[in-house]
Design a protein. Structure first.
Length: 582
């Protein structure tokens, strides 16, 4: 080799080393991406595989071992049609009522000049964060057929023995479910209401149509895609609802599929095979609804936003404005103020009553729940730890999934999106049943620990976290990351130095959202808790089932913790947003 060749080799060596580093970065990136993809597949589908195996077990149905395969359990699913009848009644009527309430509130708050619009919008959204379990307990105290506070007051005032309402009934379950699903409908429909071009409504008014006729013929038809999508989404959710039917229906003999799964697993001997078959049948129905929801959103052909700019304008309803304002306040009262008020009120009473002469105030309920029987305190502590772990790990894990889906150039990312959204189609109690079966069979010692709950939460909240983080990541211009990579930064260095700092407000908001939903969760954890490892939601349900007076004290503390979390989330988001602007 002559001197010229040596000089060329010296000149090319830095280029070769940079190429080697780039190739190593690419290999590390691919390794991490495939690790995340495989982990998502295992988390999502492992419980479902064991659920299918359990449903096919026609041997000893109380055993965790499959002794004989067959299809007899699926025939047993339809022997008690009243369970399915109740489930469909709750889902159909609950969805219909929730949509009516959601559309009404969305139109009033977003399309009219009703006062205090910001306050009303935030107030309507609060029931979304308050678990339906608290609302069900409150409405049980209010509307029980004989002992409910509303019925006692009604019978004493009108001197009758006929109760006014009965929330411990199928229609009572529908009513309470609709109250807490209507805020979901409001969120989904409000986005369409806010982005509508007002010129269409103005044209209707100029042609002589009334304001309510314009809403009926123009506004609502233009938001039908959002209304239809919200209806499918809520139908899937109400098919798998658990907390409200468990509180209001079980003691009255009104069972839906989710509460029947819970009872057949917890009775002696348990019938795991029937529970698994019920769960798969329910998951199939909710899966179809979720798939139809996705197709509805993808095929949205209603255009209300064009290239022409417009200024959002609201209709002045004149003398109807106080009535519309009263409708919004009525929902806030029924969904939040009255339930929370009755929980606080009864938590300080020896016996719930509306008779002033029989009111005896006490703090014994709180002492009994958190001092004499420290189960609630321990469960609350466990829920805090679990919420922090779920939110912290979830933000990183779900953020990586979102980044892979929308920033990676690798093939198969569309499949990853379908897998990540799959838990949305499976009710929480069904998924927890599959997870319970899986870790009873696999000899690892996960059952009865906080780690199985963590796995369950990370999987059940996967669609929520991924959608939230996706919205955050899509706000970031890809060129900023590309500039970092062009300057020689690795993939991980780019994420840490560029992506994460720019997305800090959204990441913190996602963290707080995952933390709050972990605290309020009931259905996904109710089958996975043990005597040594409890969380606050199932503990509150157990307190209610054993008719302990401290149930309202635990409910008040749980509501307080959730509201503190909401305030903290709002303050952190505002602080981070202000610091980013500065």
């Amino acid at each position: 080799m002559n001197a010229t060749d040596e000089l060329e080799m010296i000149h090319l060596r830095p280029e070769a080393s940079r190429l080697e580093r780039f190739n190593s970065f690419i290999r590390a990136e691919k390794l991490l991406i495939w690790t995340v993809i495989l982990l998502v597949i295992v988390l999502v589908f492992l419980p479902m595989v064991f659920l299918v195996l359990s449903a096919l077990n026609v041997g000893d149905t109380s055993s965790t071992r499959v002794t004989q395969f067959g299809l007899d359990n699926f025939a047993r699913v339809f022997r008690n049609l009243d369970w399915w009848y109740n489930t469909f009644v709750v889902a159909i009527l609950g969805t219909a009522l929730a949509i009516v309430i959601g559309v009404t509130l969305s139109w009033i708050i977003n399309r009219t000049t009703v006062p205090w619009q910001g306050f009303l919008e935030q107030s309507v959204l609060i029931p979304f964060y308050m678990t339906p379990l608290l609302g069900a307990i409150a409405w049980s105290i209010l509307g029980s057929e004989r002992s409910g506070l509303i019925n006692r007051l009604f019978m004493s005032v009108f001197h009758t023995q006929t109760p006014l309402i009965n929330t411990h009934s199928l229609l009572g379950i529908v009513f309470v479910v609709a109250i807490y699903e209507s805020c979901v409908a409001f969120m989904m429909i409000s986005a369409a209401m806010k982005s509508m071009d007002p010129s269409l409504e103005e044209s209707s008014l100029m042609l002589g149509a009334g304001k309510f006729a314009t809403a009926r013929r123009i506004t609502i038809p233009l938001t039908l895609p959002a209304v239809g999508g919200a209806a499918l989404f809520i139908f899937a959710g109400t098919m798998g609802t658990f907390a409200v039917p468990a509180v209001l229906g079980v003691n009255a003999g009104v069972f839906v599929i989710t509460t029947k799964i819970y009872t057949v697993v917890n009775r002696f001997p348990p019938d795991y095979a029937l529970a698994a078959a019920l769960g798969l049948a329910l998951a199939a129905i909710t899966g179809v609804a979720v798939a139809m929801y996705g197709k509805q959103m993808a095929a949205n052909s209603y255009t209300t936003i064009t290239g022409k700019s417009f200024r959002p304008r609201r209709m002045n309803m004149g003398s109807w404005t106080p009535v519309l304002f009263g409708i919004c306040l009525l929902y806030v009262l029924v969904a939040m103020v009255i339930p929370l008020g009755v929980l606080v009120y009864t938590s300080f009473l020896v016996t719930p009553t509306t008779d002033p002469q029989q009111i005896h105030w006490t703090l014994d309920n709180y002492e009994h729940a958190f001092v004499k029987l420290p189960i609630a305190r321990i469960a609350l502590q466990t829920s805090f730890v679990l919420g922090i772990l779920t939110a912290t790990i979830g933000v990183v894990f779900m953020g990586l999934i979102s980044w892979i889906m929308y920033r990676s150039k690798m093939r198969g990312t569309k499949l990853l999106e379908y897998v990540a959204m799959f838990p949305q189609a499976v009710p929480g109690v069904v998924f927890s049943l599959g997870l319970l079966w899986a870790w009873l069979v696999i000899p690892v010692g996960m059952y009865g620990t906080i780690w199985i709950l963590l796995l369950c939460y990370l999987t059940v909240f996967l669609p929520l976290g991924v959608r939230t983080m996706t919205g955050v990541i899509m706000q970031l211009e890809p060129s900023l990351e590309e500039c970092s990579r062009m300057c020689g930064a690795s993939w991980l260095r780019t994420l840490w130095s560029v992506t994460v700092p720019l997305l800090k407000p959204g990441v913190l908001a996602t963290w707080m959202l995952l933390f709050i939903v972990s605290l309020r969760e009931v259905s996904a954890s109710v089958l996975l808790v043990s005597a040594e490892n409890k969380v606050i939601g199932p503990t509150l349900l157990n307190f209610y089932e054993t008719a302990l007076p401290p149930v309202t004290a635990v409910a008040v503390v749980m509501a307080g913790v959730i509201f503190v979390g909401m305030l903290a989330a709002a303050m952190v988001s505002r602080w981070v947003g202000a610091s980013c602007r500065d």
